[in-house]
Ligand binder design. Structure first.
Ligand SMILES: [Fe+2]
Ligand SMILES: [Fe+2]
Length: 190
């Protein structure tokens, strides 16, 4: 457990990966070769997968703690920002990289997520460090890492933003059970 990263380190590392993908997407803007265009679509898909996984992990494991120990309003605000970004991702997913609307939706997504990351790192995470002790932050880090391995990867903005309702909308009952175990900490060694 000593080398376990705490939950804030785990989530911030995800944020850095997302920012790297955004930078690549920006560098490919206005791409003219087929290869660059298909790379742009691929990276947009990868960033969607990463964002959905990360957001679901936050909603299931992290925001409830924030609600309890930091502020219900901060948790609610973050959930609303996730829901908005998910709608953008769902529109983006349907577009070819050739479509002029693709650039617009991508720019919207990047702006939404950059704003959200700044809120989390500048406020929520700072507040978590003040009120949640180091052991608990590490335990939560381990659970987020395990959870992300089985979390859904596609945006579902029409599913109510309640953690378990959302997981239950997924296709496989066994996946649901596994995620519920992870969400409640059953079967993890902490
Ligand atoms: Fe985040
Ligand atoms: Fe978030």
């Amino acid at each position: 457990m000593a080398d376990q990263r705490d939950v804030i380190e785990v989530l911030e590392q995800d944020h850095r990966e997302v920012e790297e993908m955004f930078a690549e997407l920006e560098s490919l803007r206005g791409a003219t070769t087929d290869q660059a265009k298909s790379r742009r679509k691929d990276v947009a898909e990868q960033v969607t997968i990463e964002l959905v996984r990360h957001s679901v992990a936050e909603e299931v494991l992290v925001y409830p703690k924030v609600e309890d120990k930091v502020s219900a309003e901060e948790a609610q605000h973050a959930r609303e920002e996730h829901a908005e970004a998910e709608e953008t991702m769902q529109r983006l997913e349907k577009l070819d990289a050739d479509d002029p609307a693709f650039d617009d939706e991508l720019a919207t997504l990047m702006a939404e997520i950059r704003h959200h990351i700044a809120d989390e790192e500048g406020e929520m995470f700072a507040h978590m460090r003040q009120v949640i002790d180091a052991d608990e932050l590490r335990t939560l880090g381990a659970r987020v890492e395990a959870f992300k391995k089985v979390a859904p990867t596609r945006p579902h903005p029409n599913v109510p933003n309640q953690a378990l309702a959302r997981i239950a909308a997924g296709p496989a009952a066994s996946l649901f059970d596994r995620m519920r175990d992870l969400a409640t900490g059953r079967g993890t060694s902490d």
